[in-house]
Design a protein around this ligand. Structure first.
Ligand code: MF3
Ligand code: CO
Length: 249
């Protein structure tokens, strides 16, 4: 069942999302060569708590941190670690969720570390573009899979692949609500989009094949072929005036 939100509820989700957006934006300049992913976690958690918000991921199904920090061939759910040091040429996907006043916001970006090569830059750019292609399709009257199809078409036209094993989702009163929002699929399927739906759209895009494996930590998803992956995510509201991106500063 998809929960439709009232405007006051959307405003509360937007307030949570703003915190996510501000922290992700400041991480773009904070992340530097030589840092560890534990440093990124410490910064993110401190900033979340400064805003009197709660990290949504910590403790979620036993996840041990406030941020997911996925480096290079790590797709999503990379666990921050003092042993993972960032070097020039790496890309790090940072995924953050917060709870404010009982409402959830969720967003992610992939950040280049030092000098990254043209292939990695193109992967990040195409992934972010595919997110915006999906958002553009999130209009009243379309169906959920119109978002999915727009993401997939953009990615595949550029020669990359979309991950199937993880999907976007409804969000608001909890981190994961209906519907699931895959990043692939035929258009015109699934529920019709309505004013007041709030969705987290989150393409994960691989340079090689779409296949992923989970490491022994039970969380970290890596590409099966060892090639790079990127991840961008926004929480949006579907409105009669078009999609509104809530995780934007
Ligand atoms: N954005 C991801 C999601 O919606 C992050 C979840 S991390 C978890 O699934 F730890 F909370 F699972
Ligand atoms: Co999400």
């Amino acid at each position: 069942m998809i929960i439709i939100k009232s405007q006051p509820e959307i405003d509360k989700i937007a307030a949570a999302c703003r915190i996510v957006a501000e922290i992700l934006e400041s991480l773009k300049s904070y992340v530097k060569v030589g840092m560890t992913t534990a440093d990124v976690e410490a910064y993110a958690e401190k900033r979340i708590r400064q805003r009197k918000a709660i990290p949504a991921f910590k403790g979620y199904r036993g996840y041990p941190a406030s941020a997911c920090t996925s480096v290079n061939d790590q797709v999503v759910h990379g666990i921050p670690s003092r042993l993972v040091k960032l070097k020039s040429g790496d890309v790090i996907s940072v995924d953050l969720g917060v709870i404010l006043d009982g409402f959830y916001g969720d967003g992610a970006i992939t950040i280049p570390v030092g000098d990254v090569d043209a292939g990695a830059q193109r992967l990040m750019q195409v992934t972010e573009e595919s997110l915006y292609a999906g958002i553009k399709s999130a209009v009243v009257g379309n169906r959920v899979s119109d978002i999915s199809n727009a993401v997939q078409r953009h990615v595949e036209a550029q020669g990359f692949s979309v991950v199937r094993a993880f999907v976007g989702h409804g969000i608001g009163h909890s981190l994961h609500e209906d519907p699931q929002v895959p990043n692939f699929g035929k258009p015109g399927q699934g529920q019709r989009l309505k004013h007041g739906m709030t969705l987290a759209i989150e393409p994960m895009v691989n340079a090689g094949t779409p296949d992923v494996e989970i490491l022994e930590d039970g969380w970290t998803a890596v590409t099966a072929d060892g090639k790079l992956s990127a991840h961008f995510e926004h929480t949006i509201a579907v409105t009669k005036n078009g999609p509104v991106i809530l995780t934007k500063i």
